[in-house]
Write a protein that binds this ligand. Structure first.
Ligand code: ADP
Ligand code: MG
Length: 470
């Protein structure tokens, strides 16, 4: 394979591709406004019918890349299996099938079927009798159906090997080869992986025809995150802009990054005064206060964490809906690291950066660093109903008893819900520490829950209880 390696392009609109109008409208409704780099690099060749080998990190948008490729080739009126996507595990196959269904929802009557091991054969046989356009499955089970004659790949036009390297690691090589033997030589073959192990190369050479190789080096996070930049004047306009963005995106959990400790305090105070559930996190906090802040953030009783980079280091938060940069980070790699904290685990995040008049040169430098021109957008316009600040959905209550007194989450839940207490589903995360415990409850029942805790007993004794924050 002596093929050129395509490089990641800057943001490009899907409309520049020869895609059906229904697909384009649907992409827009999914919030896919621009292609991710791997999509931009691979889709033109795929749509032109070429074989493609694409390597890009987890979260780079590979599913939609091959998904749009294969959906574009479907002849829906021909009710035969035309595309086969092989995945290493049932979980991944389910995810891929889900994404394909979302992508295909504007195309009437496209049938997508999963065939994975670990699921009973009967229903699969039944579904196969009814027919499908696209099959997503694991190699072992697909091979089994081919052997039984319950699946035919005679009309296949597109074969996708998703996470090809992992399939080889898992010992699926023979299954893959025997599946490929059942497909027409005229098929298009697409190979996607997060790492391109040497083991993949010989297989690719045998199965593919002059494939285009596409590699995208971006970290997995950049691709699923939409970055926005907003021009602001100096204080107080910067803070006002931050409030507007919070009101616009209304993230349940977000982090505002500041360059200094003092600023984290000022911003957190200003946001709290404006009615948001915001708390500062910086290096001067006592360990206890830091822990408490993180517990409150994780249990959704604080929705905005205003932090310095150092304080946020090692923060393990799995679902940040948004990251706001009060200024561009001094160090550009820090910027990339900051925005990498949103959009994790396949969920999309938004990253907003405020750019002051004296930060233009930094924006330009960041653009060079990211290899794409960055432009400021106007602040979102406010829609009437969204003008009120939002409180976090939960409130944290604390009791002065923990593991030392053998208090367990179940005891606390029992005390809260027993005897005319609050409903169990109004109770959120319960975190029991050595000498205290933090309990999240829905905001609307916080007062009742506090009374219930004060009045009741745990392990036969009463504890002091208090509410933390508003
Ligand atoms: P990969 O297979 O490369 O690990 P996925 O295909 O699972 O990544 O995509 C990661 C996330 O990015 C998914 O939540 C998907 O919905 C989203 N996504 C894919 N393409 C786009 C796009 N062009 N714009 C916005 N989000 C996208
Ligand atoms: Mg994937």
């Amino acid at each position: 394979m002596t093929d050129p390696t395509a490089h990641a392009a800057p943001e490009v609109d899907f409309a520049s591709l020869p895609l059906a109008a229904e697909l384009l409208t649907n992409l827009d409704s999914l919030g896919y406004h621009a292609m991710t780099p791997i999509q931009a690099a691979s889709l033109p060749a795929m749509l032109a019918g070429r074989d493609v080998i694409a390597r890009g990190k987890t979260g780079s948008g590979k599913t939609a890349a091959f998904g749009l490729g294969l959906l574009s080739r479907l002849a829906v009126e021909n009710f035969r299996v035309q595309s086969l996507v092989l995945c290493p595990t049932r979980e991944l196959a389910d995810q891929v099938a889900g994404e394909l269904r979302r992508l295909a929802r504007s195309l009437p009557n496209v049938k997508i079927l999963t065939l994975c091991g670990g699921a009973p054969l009967g229903p699969q046989l039944n579904s196969l009798e009814h027919g499908a356009h696209v099959v997503v499955g694991t190699p072992g089970r697909v091979e089994e159906h081919l052997r039984k004659g319950s699946l035919s790949l005679a009309d296949l036009t597109t074969l996708v090997l998703d996470e090809a390297d992992r399939m080889l690691d898992m010992g699926f090589q023979e299954a893959l080869e025997s599946i490929v033997r059942e497909t027409p030589a005229s098929r298009q073959t697409l190979l996607f992986s997060a790492t391109y192990a040497d083991a993949v190369r010989p297989i690719a050479e045998r199965m593919m025809r002059e494939p285009l190789t596409v590699e995208v080096e971006s970290t997995h996070d950049d691709a699923s995150i939409r970055q926005h930049f907003f021009r602001v004047a100096d204080e107080p306009a910067r803070l006002a802009a931050l409030c507007e963005l919070l009101l616009h995106y209304r993230p349940v959990s977000s982090v505002v990054f500041c360059n200094t400790k003092i600023e984290t305090r000022e911003v957190a105070e200003a946001l709290s005064a404006a009615g948001f559930s915001a708390v500062a996190l910086h290096g001067d906090l006592e360990q206890r206060d830091r822990d408490e802040t993180l517990v409150r953030f994780a249990n959704k009783s604080v929705s905005v964490l205003v932090a310095t980079d150092v304080a946020a280091r090692g923060l393990d938060i799995d679902a940040l809906d948004a990251v706001f940069n009060h200024q561009i980070a001094r160090d550009l790699e820090v910027h990339v690291h900051r925005i990498g904290r949103t959009g994790r685990a396949g969920s999309r995040g938004v990253a907003c950066t405020l750019v002051g008049v004296r930060e233009d040169y930094r924006l330009a430098k960041l653009g060079d660093f990211l290899g794409q021109p960055l432009e400021c957008e106007p602040l979102p316009t406010r829609r009437g109903s969204d003008a009120t600040p939002f409180a976090a959905p939960m409130v944290t209550l604390q009791i002065d008893g923990g593991k030392k007194r053998k208090v367990r989450p179940g005891d606390i839940l029992g005390a809260l819900t027993g005897d005319g207490g609050i409903a169990g589903d109004a109770v959120g995360k319960i975190k029991v520490l050595e000498r205290s415990a933090y309990i999240a409850v829905e905001r609307g029942v916080a007062d009742a829950a506090l009374e219930q805790l004060k009045a009741g007993t745990l392990k036969g004794r009463s504890f002091r209880a208090r509410r933390i924050g508003r």
